[in-house]
Design a protein around this ligand. Structure first.
Ligand code: NAD
Length: 275
């Protein structure tokens, strides 16, 4: 009998100690966050990491089914989320989506612009004009439009964080197509512009530049043999791809008040690739 009492008391004390060692896991408690592209890959991981810190989510994408999958995953960790379908490159759909989020939650504290497309490592001659246009429309105009229609709500609140998803292709010009490279450089430009113009209005804007991350987006680039000799992985000093949660956790930090003096800059998360 005394043994089971001892085990119970010891386990309780150990669990309590461990719980406290983990620190404050509610850095984003009750903050409302929009994550575009939240139905898969990096966007889904951002949603999970924000929810772990207490944020309530609005997941945005073109396909409701994909967003619902993330909503279900969030429920498993007691996260709260709504799914709102919108094409980020369509102004009318974006405005309707922002209104829906406001109607549901009443405010928007965090915007993660993560929806994006990648047209591969094409060169100039291989890049069709309409492909160039659609990459720019989604990656750049989409980021601009969602920010433009969310910003008035953040300004009214006197506080907000916009985190844009750029890429190492926004830092160096050797990883992707002309369209993707131009689009991700432009995202860094939009980020700096917003940071400077609204710095005294309580708004921060940051760009995250992931290296090569394990998602569907780059599966065609990798081929079958995913080891250190893979041509995508070989130049990465850490000799591995990034994991989605390694990006999601950076977003969660940047969205929190712990990052209150970080604005306007690209944050590179790439296993030392661009060094
Ligand atoms: P992904 O394809 O899983 O995610 C992209 C998401 O954007 C999808 O859910 C898709 O449905 C959504 N989307 C695409 N077009 C849209 C539109 N017009 N309107 C609304 N939603 C739209 O790929 P991912 O790897 O998770 O990419 C997420 C972001 O990270 C992208 O912006 C991508 O450019 C960037 N990124 C990815 C990598 C990588 O290695 N995977 C590296 C650097 C940057």
């Amino acid at each position: 009998m005394w043994i089971s009492k001892f085990i119970f008391t010891y386990s309780f004390a150990y669990g309590w100690k461990k719980f406290h060692e983990r620190g404050d896991f509610t850095k984003l408690k009750d903050r409302i966050a929009i994550v575009t592209g939240g139905g898969s890959g990096i966007g889904q991981s951002i949603a999970m990491e924000l929810a772990k810190e207490g944020a309530k989510l609005a997941l945005v994408g073109r396909t409701l089914g994909k967003l619902e999958t993330t909503v279900e995953k969030l429920k498993e960790i007691n996260g709260e989320a709504i799914a709102v379908s919108a094409d980020v490159s369509d102004s009318a759909q974006v405005q309707k989506m922002v209104q829906e989020v406001i109607n549901h939650y009443g405010r928007i504290d965090i915007l993660c612009n993560t929806a994006g497309i990648f047209d591969g490592p094409n060169d100039y001659l291989e890049t069709e004009e309409e492909v160039f246009e659609s990459v720019m429309n989604i990656n750049v105009t989409g980021t601009f439009l969602v920010s433009k229609y969310v910003l008035p709500h953040m300004l009214k609140q006197g506080k907000g964080v916009v985190i844009n998803t750029s890429s190492v292709a926004g830092i160096r010009s050797c990883y992707a197509s002309p369209a993707y490279t131009a689009s991700k450089h432009a995202v860094i430009g939009l980020t700096g512009d917003m940071a400077v113009k609204y710095a005294t209005k309580g708004i921060r804007s940051v760009a995250v530049c992931p290296g090569f991350i394990e998602t569907e987006m780059i599966s065609d680039l990798l081929g079958d043999k995913i080891d250190e000799n893979n041509p995508v992985i070989a130049p990465i000093p850490m000799k591995r791809l990034g994991r989605v949660e390694e990006i999601g956790k950076v977003f969660a930090f940047l969205a929190s008040d712990d990052a209150s003096y970080i604005s306007g800059v690209p944050i590179i998360v790439d296993g030392a690739l661009t060094v």
